[in-house]
Design a protein around this ligand. Structure first.
Ligand SMILES: *Cc1c(COP(=O)(O)O)cnc(C)c1O
Length: 235
């Protein structure tokens, strides 16, 4: 893992730049920048980098790998930040997410949601859940298909100890930004269709380092940004 001991030199500049871009994109879309959460993706980056980002006011952190995430949570002991699980989750690993995270963005089947609901501690607030949608029906990617989304959403919304908040995507890679925009627009439409069926969801988790500004223009409420803050990851 790169940079395990130090934070990037230019982290403060990077955080500031990303915040300025978030504000500008929100303004272009006539949105309030306060409605867009920056989730700093710290996979492959150090506890020092995470602490430094928290000192700069970052309040939301995203991790993909459970062992790495738990080690870093224990080491940094930041009580006030929110932890988002954004990686692939096997059904035999749900307990750690139910016990240690505030959010999961990658639920794509009912069995996982049921286990998370059963394992969420009673003293904790409900676990915030986004359903990952495989917009391009890519075999290489996780996510529920758009066709199966309504049934999954209705079922997850019934589960106690979970709060279904919205949808998440990792769209197909496009070189043309306008084509990229269409994928984000599709996720928003899927969210609005669920709303028309009586399932109001307030969250769209979409946009990463290369495309978060377009995602915000299309309604993203949570952007998951790693490289633009912390630099490249090893491996
Ligand atoms: C790694 C990762 C990100 C961050 O990607 P960057 O391109 O480094 O910003 C966002 N979302 C998910 C699901 C990821 O796995």
């Amino acid at each position: 893992m790169a940079n395990m001991l130090t934070a990037p030199q230019n982290l403060a500049d990077n955080v500031n730049n990303v915040r300025l871009k978030i504000a500008a994109a929100a303004q272009r879309a006539g949105r309030d920048a306060a409605d867009v959460r920056l989730v700093a993706v710290t996979k492959g980056h150090s506890v020092a980098a995470l602490r430094a980002a928290a000192t700069l006011g970052v309040e939301d952190f995203g991790e993909n790998y459970l062992q790495e995430a738990i080690a870093k949570m224990d080491a940094c002991a930041l009580e006030t930040v929110r932890w988002h699980f954004i990686g692939a989750l096997q059904s035999n690993k749900t307990r750690v997410v139910a016990e240690r995270f505030d959010w999961i963005h990658t639920v794509d089947r009912l069995r996982i949601a049921e286990r998370l609901a059963a394992q969420r501690p009673y003293h904790a607030r409900p676990l915030n859940v986004c359903l990952q949608v495989n917009l391009g029906d890519e075999t290489s990617k996780a996510g529920v298909s758009p066709a199966e989304l309504p049934a999954l959403a209705q079922a997850v919304a019934q589960l106690e100890r979970l709060q279904l908040r919205g949808l998440m995507c990792i769209p197909p890679v496009e070189t043309d930004p306008e084509r990229q925009r269409q994928w984000f627009r599709l996720l928003r439409h899927l969210r609005d269709e669920l709303g028309a069926r009586g399932l109001a969801l307030d969250v769209l988790s979409m946009g990463m380092s290369s495309d978060f500004e377009i995602a915000i223009e299309e309604g993203a409420t949570h952007v998951r940004v790693g490289t633009a803050l912390f630099g490249p990851r090893a491996g």
